[in-house]
Design a protein around this ligand. Structure first.
Ligand SMILES: Nc1ncnc2c1ncn2[C@@H]1O[C@H](COP(=O)(O)OP(=O)(O)OP(=O)(O)O)[C@@H](O)[C@H]1O
Length: 236
């Protein structure tokens, strides 16, 4: 089966200029693949390099070495580790989503506009975008009286669901999840589990990092462990 993502020998280290160029290892020797509709889960101790690896996949961090091959619908097979900023920004708008508990949106933009703007950026007209945004916000159980509120003050669970809504509405080929259950109660976790399963059924591939092992074991297809920056063998 063709691969959506193929990571080979990814390494990221940080140079601390204020400490005479001291280098800190984020991750190294990271190699794995993701197939269409596959959900890969990554666990590991705090500081083991999980977020660094995920941020390299989204190109928030420029990898120090290694390759990240992504099967893009728009550009064909491209190496995210070395492609241009311009391609990366198109890919982020159209094909790769990133979800964490932290909401990074413009101030004074309502929740419904946050989701609708995600679609407008892909070229869909305003009216259709607002209709689809309303439908996904209901589906994610974000109460209607919050749709025209500013999400900066939303609860942790509401922010996470809004983040998921704004990324999922684009139907990305690949979704990156940074601790998708942080700050969720059990009912919200169940909802997120259902949503992730629906996404999988629709063919979206996912890579998620987790501290919540129970949740992870119920949702992922493949599990890797990160240890001191190195990605270890499959355990599920
Ligand atoms: N921007 C940065 N500058 C310098 N060092 C960094 C940076 N980001 C991460 N690191 C270092 O890289 C190492 C791995 O950190 P990372 O955040 O990837 O771990 P993690 O496994 O995601 O941890 P946690 O589970 O606590 O979130 C740590 O030693 C961290 O201090």
């Amino acid at each position: 089966m063709s691969k959506v993502l193929e990571v080979t020998d990814l390494q990221k280290s940080f140079t601390l200029h204020e400490f005479n160029g001291k280098r800190i290892l984020g991750c190294e020797s990271v190699s794995f693949s993701v197939h269409p509709g596959e959900f890969v889960g990554i666990t590991g101790k705090s500081g083991s390099g999980k977020s660094t690896m995920l941020k390299c996949l989204y190109r928030t961090y420029l990898p120090t070495s290694g390759e990240i091959w992504f099967a893009s619908e728009l550009f064909g097979r491209i190496n995210l580790a070395s492609t241009t900023e311009r391609q990366i920004s198109t890919i982020r708008r159209r094909e790769i989503g990133y979800v964490s508990q932290f909401l990074n949106v413009l101030p004074r933009v309502t929740a419904q506009d946050v989701v609708a703007n995600s679609l407008v950026e892909t070229g869909i007209d305003e009216e259709t975008s607002h209709q689809r945004a309303a439908s996904i916000l209901s589906h994610f159980q974000i109460s209607k009286n919050l749709w025209d509120a500013y999400p900066q003050n939303f609860s942790g669970g509401e922010k996470l669901r809004l983040n998921l809504a704004k990324e999922m509405v684009k139907q990305p080929r690949l979704l990156l999840l940074d601790e998708p259950t942080a700050s969720l109660d059990n009912a919200s976790k169940e909802l997120v589990k259902e949503i992730l399963n629906e996404l999988k059924q629709s063919g979206t591939s996912m890579v998620g990092i987790f501290h919540d092992l129970d949740f992870m074991e119920q949702t992922v297809d493949t599990h890797y462990k990160m240890n001191q920056g190195v990605l270890g063998g499959v355990t599920v």
